[in-house]
Design a protein around this ligand. Structure first.
Ligand code: HSE
Length: 303
């Protein structure tokens, strides 16, 4: 079997709606091999190795994306045997669906001898996901700025200041991306567009260069977070707590409901204090975890 390791990702980073994303040091692992079915009746054998409930039939996202890649490459598909270890919480705004898409596409591409380039895979993944801001970081690692233009993804991955860590607040409830996108207005004011695009540019340059004093302004957003707050119970309290504990910047992670706080490497008590504060504020449903930026993206090993 081949093993594919894919990082979690946090999209948007405040102002960079559908454009910015960062890979995080939390990983799903997937093992995949061809099954011995027929083209008429492909086999689908899927196991969860850690007990996480996952679809074990043809609706499984890894299976579907792998099958799609076989079809795109004109290769007969006889089914797959897949094992999944799911460490990225699902439907929480941490890129779990993108991680599954990337695992299926990269896994299938590897089984076929790598007929597609990383760039082809990036295009396919983003078209399946609908936007590139989780798929590109999951593929390349790092802080990734992406544009989807005519079905092609143009993206650049850069490292971030090594002073930066991420405290990720994860609630015990799910929020479906369709719902969190469905409440957004179709049109925005020009001043709000300028407000966001200037901050998204500032966020990218500041994370890359280490000008961390800019992050609190750079993370501000008028395009999605003001609408999404109503869908995330106690988000205001989590934002307040993170800023009180010295976070540089706080944002809804992707479409939510998780919340990403960017903190300094020297803010060593942050997690312990945040855990206490979550307990004291009766936010028991929330957990907080310390992560870094993953710089590698997806990786494949042969077993
Ligand atoms: N940019 C996307 C959104 C990320 O905010 O809806 C979630 O998939």
């Amino acid at each position: 079997m081949i093993q594919i390791t894919v990082p979690a990702s946090s999209a948007n980073l405040g102002a960079g709606f559908d454009a910015l994303g960062i890979a995080l040091t939390l990983y799903n692992r997937v093992w995949i091999e061809e099954a011995d079915g027929t083209v008429e009746k492909p086999l689908c054998i899927i196991e969860s190795v850690d007990g996480t409930p996952i679809p074990t039939d043809e609706t499984n996202m890894i299976y579907q994306s792998a099958k799609l890649l076989y079809e795109r490459c004109g290769h007969p598909f006889k089914g797959l045997h897949i094992k999944q270890e799911n460490n990225i919480p699902m439907t929480r705004g941490l890129g779990s669906s993108s991680a599954c898409l990337i695992a299926g596409l990269v896994g299938a591409n590897t089984l076929l001898g790598s007929p597609l380039s990383m760039s082809d895979i990036s295009d396919l993944a983003a078209s399946l996901e609908g936007h590139p801001d989780n798929t590109a970081p999951a593929l390349y690692g790092g802080l990734v700025a992406s544009v989807m233009d005519g079905g092609r993804v143009h993206s650049v991955s850069v490292p971030v200041s090594d002073r930066i860590r991420f405290a990720v607040f994860i609630p015990d409830f799910e929020l479906k991306t369709e719902v969190a996108r469905g409440i957004l207005p179709k049109q925005v004011l020009r001043e709000d567009a300028v407000y966001n695009l200037s901050r998204a540019a500032l966020m990218t340059a500041s994370l890359f260069s280490g000008r961390l004093e800019n992050l609190r302004v750079a993370v501000q957003d008028r395009l999605h977070q003001p609408y999404r707050f109503q869908l995330i119970a106690d988000a205001d309290k989590v934002f307040y707590t993170a800023y009180e504990l010295g976070a540089y910047a706080v944002a809804i992670s992707g479409a939510g409901p998780s919340i990403l706080a960017i903190i300094d490497i020297d803010n060593k008590d942050f997690i312990e204090k945040a855990k206490k504060e979550l307990q004291n504020s009766e936010l028991e449903g929330w957990q907080v975890t310390l992560l870094s930026c993953d710089m590698n993206g997806v990786s494949v090993s042969f077993q």
